[in-house]
Design a protein around this ligand. Structure first.
Ligand code: AQP
Length: 327
């Protein structure tokens, strides 16, 4: 049995990237493991959020977790801000981090570049808070998308640094990538990852998009002009991205896809990709509609926070003693 932790930010509408890279793996792990899944709302405020929207998206994200198959009897689902040990340990991890290593993070560089001269310090301190999220639960495995590799490396570095300085308190966690390390790219700029905060809505398939919108977006996805369904990330990033998406939702290999579409053009292929995506998302959308208004959603989150807090408090107490933060 492993201890599993992962989180998603309520920083926008969830995307197909979030689902294929992370969410769909969560429910696969809940049998036989001790799983903690979190709505990381304190990470979301590292860039400005509109309060009412943040509140609403926090609840929506919890409903999506459940709609995607998470069973609260098996896994603990909770909201980060309801377990204060996350930010408390986050501060301690910040004191152990070096500015240089934080400035090297790709996510920091990308997000800071959009903020001009007013870069929120929280953007820089994002990885130590993420390390705290994970380390509080003595996590063994963290199922995340391939874009989170760098943050996982820093989490491991911080855990090792702490253990070396203050004694063995933390388990060193491993990253668990999804099938083929799926990284879904933007439909309009296929060299950039699909992201929930992308301002161009046509570049992103949202989990709750209507089927006709999904079809429209995939049909308009940027591709090349040679009309051959062939996997080549460098020369044909757009079509390769659609092949990755198709492979992920149908379990077909790239070779099988190339063979099946050898004498068919992009039009037919895109239609089939759209249909396959819709058939995976439609049942999730139906369950989401049932969950979002259900009173038991609040009960699930309250109980989840209690369970998470009980576990987090044990680790945090050890940390306080290890570093002398007690009377
Ligand atoms: N395009 C993607 N392909 C595969 N996996 C992805 N993930 C995100 N985008 C892709 C995975 O989704 C999980 C949750 O991500 P997050 O909420 O922590 O934020 P993020 O990684 O920064 O994702 P976004 O969508 O780009 O959010 P914003 O725009 O707010 O920054 C993670 O496991 C991530 O790997």
């Amino acid at each position: 049995m492993s201890i599993i932790f992962s989180g998603i930010q309520p920083s926008g509408e969830l995307t197909l990237g979030n689902y294929l890279g992370a969410l769909r793996n969560f429910s696969k792990m809940q049998d036989g493991n001790e799983c903690y899944y979190c709505v990381v709302n304190q990470h979301a405020i590292t860039v400005p959020q509109e309060p009412a929207m943040l509140h609403e998206r926090t609840r929506q994200l919890a409903a999506i977790y459940l709609a995607a198959g998470l069973d609260p009897q098996k896994a603990t689902l909770f909201v980060q801000s309801e377990v204060p040990e996350h930010v408390q340990l986050g501060w301690i991890m910040t004191t152990l981090s070096y500015v240089g290593e934080l400035e090297r993070m790709t996510q920091y560089k990308d997000k800071a570049a959009k903020r001009g001269d007013s870069i929120p310090a929280g953007l820089l301190a994002y990885p130590p808070l993420m390390a705290a999220d994970i380390l509080l639960y003595q996590t063994n495995l963290v199922p995340v998308g391939d874009d989170q590799k760098q943050h996982m490396e820093i989490t491991r570095d911080l855990a090792q640094r702490f253990n070396r300085l203050y004694g063995e308190v933390f388990t060193i966690p491993d990253i668990l990538l999804g099938q083929d390390g799926t990284r879904v790219m933007s439909l309009q700029e296929p060299t950039k990852k699909m992201s929930k905060s992308d301002e161009n809505r046509t570049a992103t398939v949202y989990l709750l998009d209507a089927p006709k919108d999904i079809e429209k977006k995939i049909k308009r996805a940027q591709t090349d002009s040679d009309n051959a369904v062939r996997y080549d990330v460098q020369a044909k990033p757009g079509i390769s991205n659609l092949m990755d998406i198709f492979a992920a939702v149908t379990d077909k290999s790239h070779e099988t896809i190339e063979r099946e579409y050898a004498d068919k053009g992009y039009g037919t292929f895109k239609k089939d990709v759209a249909d396959a995506v819709v058939s995976v998302l439609e049942p999730i959308q139906q369950r989401y509609e049932e969950m979002i208004g259900a009173p038991e959603l609040d009960e699930i989150l309250t109980q989840g926070a209690e369970k998470a807090r009980a576990k987090a408090a044990v680790t945090y107490e050890k940390v306080l003693h290890a570093i002398g933060l007690y009377r």
